[in-house]
Design a protein around this ligand. Structure first.
Ligand code: ASP
Length: 335
């Protein structure tokens, strides 16, 4: 087994500074010592790239996703399994984004990080890296996954659920892929997707994210949508509802849709199935031709929009693609 590790930054390799936690720990030394002591993996079979610069994942962009993708492909033929060490704040965005771009990769990629920096007695770094390591060695891991706490999750079904708990991630719709233990317990593999051949690289696109809140006015919404973005992602209520008694609110969204930008509706509920038009309060969104995010996590749908825009798709193609699983990120309607 040959292992490649991509280190991107995050708390796991941070040290205290006068300005707060910043990258700076000897992650390479720590990792190789952990592997030497805890596994029979010969260190000559392990390669490590530390991306430059190492970042707090709050600074991640579509360009950062692409740097990880490029690094994984660089080592594709020289490794059998891949671990990515990443900050927890946006890890589930990155795992979702990579799941679409790596459907042809054919080797397991498991992300992890930690709530505490490595080397501290109370740190979860060792447990998480060991778990990710066991996951990729298991022969069961597939696609892009995320190990944290005691669970392995599908990368595009997971969300950061706690800023402090060692069980920091959850998969509210599908549950975890596996629970670590002696032995590990594996659940059914998640749904698959149709894949995407030779995806174009991620590029930054202007996506407006609008959260519906009680009291929102048409003027506020219109100013949030000016100038018109390339796509709008609405975080609606429940099954995809928004106020229909506020004059001009739907018109502000219609103006963007009429300009050719796709409008996608997700739910503020962590566990939801968006059904536009189920209530009269969601009918306006259906009428402007908005697409339903069905049961995707927020991270999965946001990064999917970025992926589809990076592939050069327009609003008409979004109707086909938003609800169609590329990498198991959304449940098929018949399920
Ligand atoms: N701010 C850190 C990051 O996402 C948090 C962490 O890694 O836990 O990079």
């Amino acid at each position: 087994m040959r292992l490649h590790v991509t280190y991107t930054g995050g708390t796991i390799g941070m040290v205290e500074s006068p300005d707060g936690l910043v990258p700076g720990a000897d992650l390479r030394g720590w990792l190789f010592q952990l592997l030497r002591q805890g596994s029979d993996l010969d260190s000559s079979k392990v390669s490590l790239t530390a991306l430059d610069p190492l970042i707090d994942s709050s600074n991640a962009t579509p360009g950062s996703w692409q740097s990880i993708i490029d690094d994984l492909w660089r080592f594709h033929d020289s490794a059998d399994a891949f671990i990515v060490l990443h900050g927890t704040d946006t890890m589930s965005y990155t795992t979702s984004a990579l799941s679409y771009a790596l459907t042809d990769f054919g080797k397991p990629v498991v992300f992890t990080g930690s709530q505490h920096p490595l080397g501290k007695i109370e740190s979860d770094a060792t447990a998480n890296v060991t778990g990710a390591f066991n996951a990729v060695l298991s022969g069961h891991a597939q696609g892009v996954e995320l190990f944290f706490g005691h669970h392995l999750f599908a990368g595009n079904r997971v969300t950061k659920a706690s800023s402090w708990a060692f069980e920091g991630f959850a998969s509210p719709i599908t549950g975890p892929v596996a629970q670590s233990g002696t032995p590990w317990h594996w659940n059914d593999a998640g749904s698959e997707g149709c894949g995407w051949r030779n995806p174009a690289p991620y590029r930054q696109h202007d996506i407006a994210v609008v959260t519906m809140v009680p009291g929102i006015s048409a003027d506020r919404l219109a100013s949030m949508l000016a100038p018109h973005p390339q796509a709008v992602l609405i975080r609606a209520y429940g099954v995809g509802n928004m106020p229909d008694a506020v004059p001009g609110l739907t018109d502000a969204i219609r103006a963007v849709a009429d300009g050719g930008a796709p409008v996608i509706v997700a739910s503020q509920c962590q566990q939801a199935e968006v059904m536009l038009g189920r209530y009269q309060a969601g009918a306006g969104l259906a009428e402007v031709g908005a697409c339903s995010a069905v049961d995707m996590t927020f991270e999965a749908v946001y990064t999917k929009i970025m992926f589809l825009l990076s592939q050069g798709l327009g609003a008409a193609d979004f109707t086909d693609w938003v609800g169609r699983p590329i990498a198991g990120e959304v449940s098929s309607p018949q399920q």
